[in-house]
Design a protein around this ligand. Structure first.
Ligand code: TXA
Ligand code: MG
Length: 330
């Protein structure tokens, strides 16, 4: 970034939505709440605006973006829906599901946003502020999570501010998000593929499809290989601290990221402990995950030990993000 911008922060409401739509139309960058995490939006059809997203985030340009639209008619202008895609869209939109689909001939999403692929990722978000911005702006908005590339995704406007202040024009503050992990990404290929676990649990998607989701090839997310879904990049979602998974005992000097009220040895009065969900609720844990990681990081701890989290329902997305946070740091 050469010139520091003055970043405006506005509380969600009519004035903020109008400002967001105007800034998007002018090629600017606007962070806004979705139900999953805060997104960093740009006009999907404006290549210069899309390029600024990569610049502001420090994001590799081979990592494609999700186009957010307000309704299914707008989605169909961009992408071709087969029967499986139609069923998933009907079941889960608006909501925390992203579909990767073949582009239409007339797809107006900039090539840079799809990293030159012949597919495009689309989602209709459920958050009322995101929906209002999309309605007033009137076109597709590409929006990755509103964090510096490789950092933990933002679940509050303050998180966005600490990563992107002076790099973007506007942050619309809609409070804490409800889901807390990013959308589930499903590739609607010959066999529907789970590209990224997320806010819609795998089992719910498989129930609608009437079949199991296939797994991406084992090397799809490894370094140096063009990722099928670069959210699969191995070290993503990383706090500064080292992350140690499946901790059964707390080592001296470690902070604990707990789940439930299960016993763990090694805790004393000086230990730093944050609990994702004392009652062992996975939805509550997902909503707290990134905020707790940021808070522990902010305390400057060297290592975050994480208690085991069941790998069912939203637990699959939580464990996926925690594994990525731990890569290269164990
Ligand atoms: O919940 C979310 O999805 C949030 C909010 C803001 O909507 N957005 C988000 O975007 O998480 P981002 O850029 O952090 O993640 C987008 C994911 C990446 O894993 C990317 O690789 C995948 O979607 N993706 C995008 N286009 C793709 C494509 N054409 N083929 C395969 N994967 C794609
Ligand atoms: Mg992201």
């Amino acid at each position: 970034m050469n010139v520091a911008l003055k970043t405006q922060i506005l509380p969600a409401g009519e004035a903020a939505v109008a400002a967001a739509a105007r800034i998007l139309a002018e090629g600017g960058l606007v962070a806004f709440p979705t139900e999953t995490v805060y997104g960093l939006g740009a006009d999907a059809t404006n290549p210069a605006a899309v390029a600024r997203i990569y610049q502001a985030k420090g994001r590799p340009a081979f990592n494609p973006l999700i186009a957010h639209v307000g309704n299914i008619a707008a989605a169909r202008k961009i992408a071709r829906f087969d029967a499986a895609a139609t069923a998933l869209a009907e079941a889960f939109w608006p909501g925390p599901l992203t579909l990767v689909l073949p582009k239409t001939e007339s797809c107006a999403v900039a090539d840079l946003a799809t990293a030159g692929l012949d597919t495009v990722a689309i989602r209709i978000p459920a958050h009322p502020v995101a929906r209002e911005i999309l309605r007033v702006f009137g076109g597709p908005v590409v929006a990755p999570s509103a964090n510096i590339s490789g950092h933990v995704s933002p679940t509050t406007a303050a998180h966005v501010q600490s990563d992107l202040a002076e790099r973007i024009e506007l942050i619309v503050d809609g409070g804490s998000v409800a889901v807390g992990v990013e959308s589930t990404v499903v590739g609607c290929f010959d066999a529907p593929m789970l590209l990224r676990p997320g806010g819609v649990p795998r089992a719910e998607i498989e129930r609608v499809l009437g079949r199991a989701l296939v797994q991406p090839p084992a090397d799809a997310g490894t370094d140096g290989v063009q990722p099928l879904a670069p959210g699969m990049l191995t070290s993503h979602y990383a706090p500064r601290a080292r992350v140690r998974l499946n901790a059964q005992a707390l080592q001296p000097g470690e902070a604990l990221l707990a789940f439930g009220l299960g016993a763990i040895s090694g805790i004393d009065a000086t230990s730093t402990v944050m609990n994702l969900s004392e009652r062992g609720d996975l939805a509550e844990a997902a909503a707290n995950l990134f905020g707790h990681l940021r808070a522990l990081d902010g305390k400057g701890v060297r290592t975050i030990a994480v208690m085991p989290i069941p790998n069912e329902g939203l637990g699959e997305a939580i464990n996926d993000r925690l594994r990525r946070a731990a890569v290269g740091r164990e």
